[in-house]
Design a protein around this ligand. Structure first.
Ligand code: GDG
Length: 454
């Protein structure tokens, strides 16, 4: 049975010598082997104008087709920068202060989703086809695909939180968006809380019948299931154990020169809690003078959605807080906060994971958060401080769990982590490692596709 994957982005990029090669990322790694084995297509918006509209892949002996849906600047502004980034993202993360309900965003989102649906219909010709859509960019496409092809199997995986019904209904187009999703046979989310929220949204907003985790609406049935995503565990293990990463980690520890290293690694996004984390570290320094000179906090913030005003504003605020903390606490031989606003390679990230004594992963909301899993896999004896407002928190009870809005609690947890005895560190980290091994991303993809087939 062939497979069509539909995602915002395509899974390939052009290498320096002009070949099309797989891009880096969990989703690509999980799904390319399936597509290569089964054949089919991957449809995405493909921002690179060099990519032909239909690119057989691999070029020399193709197994499947990469199909680009070319978007104009106006389409990109309305569908991606508008509806996806300024409407669906903030509302799903309960951050409605960033929500901009501009009707023209929704209008463009409709037409772009229709173009994705048309591309799917153009690629799909066999009736035993499975179609798997990804994420909040594509809520309406399922409905148009279903109308034209009642026979295909349609799945959708939602990578961010599905918010509580009372928050979801803030969207002026909540019902229309839900109806789009309910054209699917299977909707996947990371954890049971999001399943329950989705079911409640369908029940209250559309009057759908709910039977267990199945929604009956308008003559169609949709199952809603939790399929928590994982990472490429083996590859991260190998990277973390490589000589390159070991050496880099040692160099980093030497360069910082402090007894303890605390890290934070995120896309610079207001949902990731970078600002409140810095403020908690500041509180930790205020409350614990004995630790001055002994702890370095290394925060990597990867540039993200830089065209959106709120992200530019956040960057300015982070710059300011970092300056304030270092201005107040730094000494000639100690800089408390090392802040980097740039992108690193995965090898470099692994060196940070490996060098760290403590990872501070404190989003204000996060669907899952896979940086958590990368740290657990790459690190050898560190402590994880994890926000209880992440999907990951449901799966990882052995982390020190914190409320990211509780500055004092977060500051206190840093001290608890630094003072945890080695046995407890090891016991907790081993338990976390065994959970993360079970979440492997290949297994996630197989699990979802098997459920879709069932
Ligand atoms: C969405 C949901 C859910 C970061 N900086 C660099 C870099 N990264 C990589 C990390 C990690 C990934 O980006 C970020 O993953 P997250 O899970 O933290 O978050 P989102 O991007 O918001 O993803 C999230 C996820 O989908 C999967 O379903 O977990 O909840 O929001 O892999 O390592 N990678 C490289 N350089 C960097 O500088 N190479």
């Amino acid at each position: 049975m062939s497979l069509t994957v539909v995602a915002n982005r395509v899974p390939i990029r052009q290498s320096d010598d002009g070949d099309w090669v797989p891009s880096v990322g969990g989703l690509t790694t999980a799904l390319l082997p399936v597509l290569r084995q089964r054949g089919g297509a991957w449809i995405g918006m493909g921002e690179d104008p060099a990519l032909p509209e239909r690119q057989p892949f691999p070029a020399d002996d193709p197994d499947f087709t990469v199909r680009r849906v070319p978007l104009s600047q106006d389409e990109l502004d309305g569908y991606y920068y508008g509806m996806a980034n300024r409407v669906l993202w903030p509302v799903s993360h309960y951050m409605i202060q960033h929500f901009e309900p501009n009707p023209s965003f929704m209008e463009t989102y409709r037409s772009v989703n229709r173009r994705f649906a048309e591309a799917v219909l153009d690629e799909v010709d066999r009736s035993d086809e499975q179609i798997w859509l990804q994420d909040y960019h594509l809520m309406l496409a399922p409905k148009w695909i279903r109308e034209a092809r009642p026979d295909v199997t349609l799945g959708h995986f939602w990578h961010i939180p599905w918010p509580a019904m009372e928050v979801f209904r803030i969207l002026p187009w909540a019902r229309e968006l839900l109806r789009g999703m309910l054209a699917c046979d299977l909707v996947g989310v990371h954890v049971q809380e999001y399943v329950d929220n989705f079911l409640e949204s369908a029940r209250v907003l559309l009057g759908a019948d709910i039977d267990g985790q199945t929604v009956h609406y308008n003559g169609h049935t949709t199952r809603v299931e939790a399929h928590p995503i994982g990472i490429e565990v083996d590859r991260f293990k190998q990277m973390a154990d490589s000589d390159e990463v070991r050496t880099k980690a040692k160099q980093l520890r030497k360069r910082l020169g402090t007894e303890h290293i605390v890290i934070g690694i995120d896309r610079l996004d207001y949902t990731k809690g970078v600002l409140s984390r810095l403020e908690a570290f500041e509180r930790f320094l205020e409350n614990n003078p004995a630790y001055h000179g002994t702890v370095s906090f290394y925060q990597i913030a990867t540039p993200s959605r830089t065209k959106v005003d709120t992200y530019q504003q956040l960057k300015r605020e982070v710059d300011e807080v970092v300056g304030r903390i270092n201005g107040q606490f730094a000494r000639d031989n100690w800089v408390p906060v090392n802040y980097r606003y740039r992108t690193y390679t995965q090898f470099e990230l692994c060196a940070f994971y490996r060098a760290a004594d403590v990872a501070l992963i404190t989003p204000l909301r996060d669907g899952m958060n896979v940086v958590t899993q990368e740290f657990i896999t790459a690190n050898q004896n560190g402590v994880l401080i994890l926000s209880e407002l992440t999907g990951a928190a449901y799966l990882l009870p052995e982390a020190i769990q914190v409320n990211p809005y509780d500055r004092d609690g977060l500051a206190a947890s840093i001290r608890t982590a630094l003072e945890m005895n080695p046995d407890e560190r090891t016991t907790r980290l081993n338990a976390l490692k065994s959970t993360v091994e079970g979440l492997d991303v290949q297994r996630w993809a197989r699990g979802f596709l098997d459920a879709l087939h069932a």
